[in-house]
Design a protein around this ligand. Sequence first.
Ligand SMILES: Nc1ncnc2c1ncn2[C@@H]1O[C@H](COP(=O)(O)OP(=O)(O)OP(=O)(O)O)[C@@H](O)[C@H]1O
Length: 527
Amino acid sequence: MSQPHNQENIALELCGIDKKFGAVHANCNIDLKVPAGTIHGIIGENGAGKSTLMNIIYGFYVADSGDIKISGEVRKLTSSKEAISYGIGMVHQHFMLVDNFSVLENVILGAEEGGLLQPSLRKARKELERLAKEYQLNVPLDALIEDLPVGLQQRVEILKALYRGAKILILDEPTGVLTPQETDHLFKIFDALRDQGVTILLITHKLREILAATDNVSVMRQGEMVAHRKTADTDKEELAELMVGRKVRLKVEKTEADAQQELLSTSNLTYTDELGVDRLKNVSISIKAGEVVGIAGVSGNGQSELMSALAGLIKPNSGQINIGGTQIDAQNPSSAAQVRDLGVGHIPEDRLVMGLIKSFSAEESAILGYQNSDTYNGRFLNKPKIINQECARLMEDWDVRPRDPKLRSSLFSGGNQQKLIIAREVDKDPNILLIGQPTRGVDIGAIELIHKRIIELRDQGKGILLVSVELDEIMALSDRIIVMFDGNIVGEVSAQQANEKILGMMMANIMPDELQSNAATTSGEQL
Ligand SMILES: Nc1ncnc2c1ncn2[C@@H]1O[C@H](COP(=O)(O)OP(=O)(O)OP(=O)(O)O)[C@@H](O)[C@H]1O
């Protein structure tokens, strides 16, 4: 696994980095060389040790052994402050910004003497305007963070790192929350940074992005660095196999759907949020047994509110929801528990906010929402042995790693948390599954499993509503695709009709020529 490079041009070198968390050997004797002014991808299954390694480089964790060299010099990095002083910056998966501060205040916060005093702010503004221009990082400097879309919040994080002098920038899953357009822009920013000699370490599960954006790629598996490749010399199939240690089916195999009776429908559902914004405008949909209905749209166009309304989590202003023949009074909707009783399983979009409780053990998270059922409760006390056994069974069935029901939910990697949540919901044998972003931050082996299981559920006659920002995923799994824009359903296409161009245009509320002729049959009322 040699990595030949001219020593003088190495921005970052890791020699024998080792880190254990109790029995978990998260990083085993890792060697890595990253040439200056390159974009270096780090890939690996969930739990392979990527975030741990990046956190060591960023001084957030201290390695048990091994050396970190920055521009050829061994540096002790025992805090993020030290790492920043050596020119290392990190943009985390979950942003670390103060919501009710402006962009400018966030960038300067803690970065220089004088803090938020006027002279410092003036100086910072000038510097930020320069950086924004140089790297296509335009952000309104006086806007509050809470008013910015996630794509712009991410730019603030990048600006923050550059403002502190970052020459090596680590980005952990930066595109998970971005629209395709925002992702394209991010890659342009990467190119501009590379042109100025900045070195980028990019962690992503999306092999398409690795191939599009990086110069080199290194693969981790079970704590070890198992391969290095020049990006130009490899392809998706090889990288997937290196990550997982076996051949991975990248294509979803499915036969044509055999849609049966209607299981769920809405008519003219409307919802206005607490700020008075109309999020759902007369949304009418139908889901039948044995089909996957995908909802495509740039995030923020009503998909999340539709899922929440169907799951009984928000109260629509008007309209009807019918689940399995039971008419629900949408103004006084059943609680989430009652919706569940009608056979609806819900895999929420944000697993850390609504899917599980981070401080709970896996076995506690594995019964969330069902904790009051007789299965888990005796007459007076709950049944700890049953709860433990059930969680162990789900872990085995869905390959949740590590198989430790007692481990805190927050200590599982994102993909393993996701498998646990899906396992919990599917295990209750619902007729209808509302699935939000099923593979966000999930590795390729787990995606293969999750996709396969979703199609199996469809073939068993379940009705599935799928919301995903990943167009590839929507196209691979759905039998029908509904597109939402500004709270409206703007059209529907079949799996056969759909392609990225058509969906992209509909997501921008432009009716593609191909669909003009049958536009009349795709309005919300007919769905
Ligand atoms: N603070 C911690 N305490 C205990 N175990 C931990 C801790 N942080 C990580 N781990 C474990 O170390 C291993 C590596 O985790 P890490 O988060 O580095 O993987 P990853 O490759 O980044 O995964 P993902 O792609 O899901 O983000 C996992 O088994 C994880 O459960």
